[in-house]
Design a protein around this ligand. Structure first.
Ligand SMILES: NC(=O)c1ccc[n+]([C@@H]2O[C@H](COP(=O)([O-])OP(=O)(O)OC[C@H]3O[C@@H](n4cnc5c(N)ncnc54)[C@H](O)[C@@H]3O)[C@@H](O)[C@H]2O)c1
Length: 361
């Protein structure tokens, strides 16, 4: 596919190619929308096979951030950046600082954060060249690791899903399967155990399973994700990679609720309808995993963990609103979530036409 940016229905506002030959930096920053405020989204550092693949990814990811930030109730638009290359071999202080100069050059229209291949320590380096960086370390005034509130947000989404499906948030005795017990999954397991759920996990890394079982001896493990999908579960929580739900998986699932942290869980458009047809309640991933972006966006006000946590707690009410709208409009929850996000973007951006004294020149 050789399509460029113009003419796409997604209507991105701005796409910036950034190159610094000395450090080998090749990056693309995409701003999908600033309807709600400056765009915010992470920097993915990945060895894309081609420039076109990198462009496709950054366009899709930045659009996703517009929806995620809108639904999370943030006054932030959607943006994302990709750095092309293998972080294990090309990442360096000069490269990250060169990237920071490009972020700074956008004057705050794009605010960056961590994503696949970039870490808190990297954001500290980028921040030496730019004011528009979140996901920094606590020593640098940052929010640190965003998986703590991501997991808490997923847990809120799960409680809201349970109340919608079973009329109660009580998870005692419910069987919950967590696929992927990395940074987010293992913290989620802690919330579930505390709530009295019976937790079953799986992970491709034995060390990850050992760590969870050492912290929570009541947790059991199965050998593979395929085994977990067909287990006798009430809730299934994909917390590893994207694309966890395809036609075959949905046909096999026995859980009544799917609610997890992984991004882009639906392998292709239409899977949300299959879930609906099977009576499985699917908590939109980009809604319930927005605790991380809520956490890092709080840095823009001077990070306050408790304030950020209170905002993440709102995901309970938002998830319930999404389910209510889905029922009212007869659509799957992801469609309802998209509609809520689109409405907020349209309604709030329209208000900018009301001109106050500070904006009259
Ligand atoms: N960290 C955050 O704040 C955050 C925020 C929003 C969304 N997410 C999403 O949540 C998911 C998990 O993020 P994370 O930060 O915990 O990542 P992570 O890399 O720390 O953990 C992922 C875990 O999944 C395991 N895994 C990989 N492939 C697997 C497979 N096929 N079957 C079973 N386990 C497998 C890995 O071994 C690892 O333990 C990702 O999709 C990520 O994009 C994370």
């Amino acid at each position: 596919m050789t399509e460029g940016v113009f003419g796409r229905e997604s209507g991105h506002e701005q796409v910036v190619y950034c190159q610094d030959q000395q450090t080998g930096l090749k990056a693309i920053i995409a701003i999908h929308s600033t309807a709600l405020g400056p765009s915010l989204g992470g920097t993915r550092f990945y060895p894309y096979a081609s420039e076109q693949d990198a462009l496709e990814d950054v366009l899709a990811l930045s659009q996703g951030m517009s929806y995620k930030n809108a639904l999370a109730g943030l006054d932030l638009g959607g943006g994302k950046a990709v750095i092309i290359g293998d972080p294990a071999t090309v990442k360096s202080e000069p490269l990250l600082r060169a990237y920071g100069r490009f972020v700074e050059s956008l004057g705050g229209r794009y605010i960056t954060a961590c994503d696949v291949g970039t870490y808190v320590a990297d954001m500290d380096v980028v921040a030496r060249e730019s004011r528009f960086v979140t996901g920094r370390s606590p020593d640098e005034g940052g929010a640190g690791d965003s998986s703590v509130l991501t997991a808490f947000g997923v847990f809120q989404g799960m409680l809201a899903s349970a109340e919608h499906r079973w009329g109660s948030t009580d998870l005692r005795g419910r069987r919950v399967g967590v696929a992927g017990v990395g940074k987010v999954g293992r913290i989620l397991v802690g919330h579930l155990v505390e709530a009295g759920a019976e937790v079953v996990v799986t992970d491709v890394a034995d060390a990850a399973i050992d760590r969870v079982r050492a912290a929570h001896p009541s947790v059991t493990a199965v050998a593979s994700t395929a085994e977990l999908e067909t287990a006798d579960l009430d809730i299934y929580a994909p917390c590893a990679l994207g694309g966890a739900l395809d036609d075959d998986t949905v046909a096999r699932l026995r859980a009544e609720i799917v609610c997890g942290a992984a991004n882009n869980q639906l392998a292709h458009p239409g899977v949300e309808k299959l879930l609906d047809e099977r009576g499985i309640l699917f908590a939109p991933d980009y809604l319930v995993n927005s605790g991380g972006v809520i956490q890092v966006s709080d840095e823009l006000r001077g990070f306050d963990f408790e304030r950020a946590k209170r905002k993440v707690s709102d995901l309970f009410a938002t998830t319930k609103r999404v389910y209510a709208l889905a029922e009212d409009e007869g659509v799957p929850p992801v469609t309802a979530a998209d509609r809520l996000a689109e409405r907020r973007m349209a309604e709030v951006s329209r208000l900018r036409s009301i001109v106050g004294p500070t904006s009259v020149r």
